[in-house]
Design a protein around this ligand. Structure first.
Ligand SMILES: *Cc1c(COP(=O)(O)O)cnc(C)c1O
Length: 455
C-alpha cells in the first residue's frame, strides 16, 4: 500500500486529514484551506504514456495518483468516464499558440470539470454511510450553474447557492434557478465577495453544525484537484517530445484554475510559466510586481464578470505552494519566496477596452469567437510574448485557456461584435425554464435563519 497523502491547512493550526475528510469539511477548522502535504511525482515515461489516452482515461490516471488508496481505481475510472463525456479541444490559432477550450461541458463552463467529479466523489463516499449533507456555495456566476448541475438529483445532498443579485447574467441565473429538487438558489443584495463572506461565516457558526455543511466553491480541495488534469491533457495533445515546454495563460479570479495548474507543475508537468491574466481587479499582478498585497475593495465590475474578485480565496494556497502563509483575513503572516514566484508566475491585467478589442481582433483575423474571460487570457498571452520574446520559440508551446462558451455572454458579445450569435444546445435548453429562487439582504443573521428554517 502506498503511503496516504494527507492534507494540511494553509493556516497551519489544524490537524492533517485524509482527502475524504478534507472533501467533506471544505474549510479547515482553523479557517484555512486544505492542501496536499506532498505531491506524487510523474516520470517522463508516465507523461509520454498520456499521449495515447482519452480525457477520462487520463483523468483517472492523474486523479488516481493524487487520491491513491482512498478510492478504488476501477470506481474512480467509472466516475471519470461517467462525467467527462464531452469534447475538450486544444485548437491551434497561430504559430505555437493554442486555445484550450473548456467550454463544452453541460453548463458550458470550465467549472464543470471540477464540480462534476466532486459531486460524484462526494456521492461515492456518502453512499457508504447514508449521511445527509448541505452543500453551501458562493458564485460570481459560473460556479453556481456548474455546481447545481453536478449535484442536481443526487441523493442525501441539498445544495444552497448564493449569487450577487445584480452581477450574474440571465443565462447564468437560469442555470441555477431552473433545476429545483435539491437545489436552492439565493440572490444576495451585494457583491460576490459578500456572498463568499456569508458562506465563510456559516462554516464558522456553531449553530449550523447540525446541518452538516460542506462547500463546493473553489475553496474545496475536491474542486481543486480535478482542475490539474486538463493541464496534463493540453500538454499531451500539443507537445511533440519530452523536451517541449509549455506556458499557460489562465484567466483568473479566485485562482482555483491557476492552483490546479501549479499542482500539475509540482507533480512534474514541464510548465515553464503561468500567466495570471486578470481583468481590472489587478491585485495579483500588482502583488507579483511590487511584493505588497492589497485587495481591491470593493471589487470592480468588468465584462469578464466571473473574475470580478478583489481578494482571491485561493491566494493563500498559491502562497503556500511558494513557502509562505496567508491567513483567512488576507494578511501574509510568512512571506513566500517572491523571487521563485516571479519565475513561475507573470501577472497581466487586461482592461475591458482591451478585452473587447481582443474579441473583435480574434473574430476578424481568425474567425474565432472568444468570450470575455478567454479574451483576457489570449490578450495576456500575447502581451507576455511581446514583453518576453525569449519565450517565443519553437520548443515552447503556449496555451490560453477559454473558460466559458461565448453563448453564455451572448448579449455582451453581440454588442461588441455587432452580429448575432447562436446559443449552445446546453443553454438553449434552459431558456424557457421556470425559475425559482429567493432574495436575501446581505446579512448573516437572515441567512443563518433561512438555512435553519429550510433544513
Ligand atoms: C470562475 C471563472 C473564472 C475564474 O477562475 P478561478 O479559478 O476563480 O480563477 C474564469 N472564467 C470563467 C468563465 C469562470 O467561470
Amino acid at each position: 500500500m502506498k503511503e496516504q497523502i494527507l492534507y494540511y491547512s494553509t493556516n497551519g493550526r489544524a490537524p492533517q486529514v485524509s482527502f475524504r475528510e478534507a472533501l467533506f469539511r471544505g474549510l479547515a477548522p482553523d479557517g484555512g484551506l486544505y492542501m496536499p502535504s506532498r505531491l506524487p511525482a510523474v516520470s517522463e515515461s508516465f507523461l509520454e504514456s498520456l499521449r495515447s489516452k482519452t480525457y477520462p482515461g487520463l483523468a483517472a490516471e492523474i486523479m488516481g495518483l493524487l487520491l491513491q488508496d482512498e478510492i478504488d481505481k476501477a470506481d474512480l475510472a467509472d466516475l471519470c468516464y461517467d462525467v467527462y463525456n464531452f469534447a475538450i479541444p486544444v485548437e491551434r490559432i497561430d504559430e505555437n499558440n493554442y486555445i484550450l477550450k473548456l467550454d463544452e461541458g453541460p453548463t458550458a463552463s470550465f467549472k464543470d470539470f471540477a464540480a462534476l467529479l466532486m459531486g460524484r466523489l462526494m456521492q461515492h463516499f456518502l453512499r457508504k454511510e447514508d449521511r445527509y449533507m448541505t452543500i453551501l456555495t458562493a458564485t460570481s456566476g459560473d460556479t453556481g450553474g456548474a455546481v447545481a448541475n453536478a449535484f442536481a438529483g443526487l441523493q442525501n445532498i441539498r445544495v444552497v447557492i448564493l449569487f450577487p443579485a445584480e452581477e450574474v447574467t440571465p443565462v447564468q441565473r437560469k442555470q441555477m434557478t431552473t433545476l429545483h429538487s435539491n437545489v436552492q438558489a439565493i440572490a444576495v443584495n451585494g457583491k460576490f465577495d459578500d456572498c463568499q463572506a456569508l458562506v465563510k461565516k456559516a462554516f464558522m457558526e456553531s449553530s449550523l453544525e447540525p446541518l452538516n455543511l460542506s462547500s463546493a466553491n473553489s475553496i474545496n480541495i475536491g474542486r481543486l484537484l480535478p482542475q490539474s488534469v486538463y493541464y496534463f491533457w493540453a500538454w499531451s495533445r500539443i507537445t511533440l517530445k519530452p523536451e517541449n515546454r509549455i506556458i499557460f495563460s489562465v484567466p483568473s479570479g479566485n485562482l482555483g484554475n491557476l492552483t490546479g495548474g501549479l499542482i500539475a507543475r509540482e507533480m512534474g508537468l514541464p510548465v515553464i510559466r503561468f500567466i495570471v491574466s486578470t481583468n481590472s481587479n489587478n491585485e495579483v499582478p500588482e502583488y507579483l510586481r511590487n511584493g505588497t498585497y492589497s485587495p481591491v475593495n470593493p471589487s470592480i465590475n468588468n465584462i469578464s464578470s466571473a473574475m470580478n474578485v478583489g481578494h482571491p480565496s485561493n491566494l493563500s494556497r498559491v502562497i503556500a505552494l511558494f513557502g509562505g502563509e496567508m491567513d483567512e483575513n488576507g494578511i501574509i503572516t510568512k512571506s513566500p519566496d517572491l523571487e521563485k514566484m516571479r519565475q513561475v508566475l507573470s501577472g497581466i491585467s487586461v482592461s475591458d477596452e482591451l478585452t473587447a478589442e481582443t474579441i473583435r481582433l480574434m473574430s476578424r483575423k481568425y474567425s474565432v469567437i472568444l468570450e470575455p474571460h478567454g479574451a483576457v487570457a489570449w490578450h495576456g498571452l500575447k502581451q507576455f510574448l511581446r514583453e518576453n520574446p525569449d519565450f517565443d520559440n519553437r520548443n515552447i508551446f503556449r496555451v490560453a485557456i477559454e473558460t466559458a462558451h461565448p453563448g453564455k455572454f451572448r448579449e455582451e458579445l453581440e454588442k461588441i461584435l455587432g452580429m448575432p450569435l447562436p446559443l449552445p444546445d446546453s443553454l438553449a435548453k434552459i431558456e424557457g425554464g421556470r425559475e425559482e429562487y429567493i432574495s436575501l439582504e446581505n446579512d448573516f443573521e437572515t441567512f443563518r435563519k433561512y438555512l435553519i428554517n429550510t433544513h
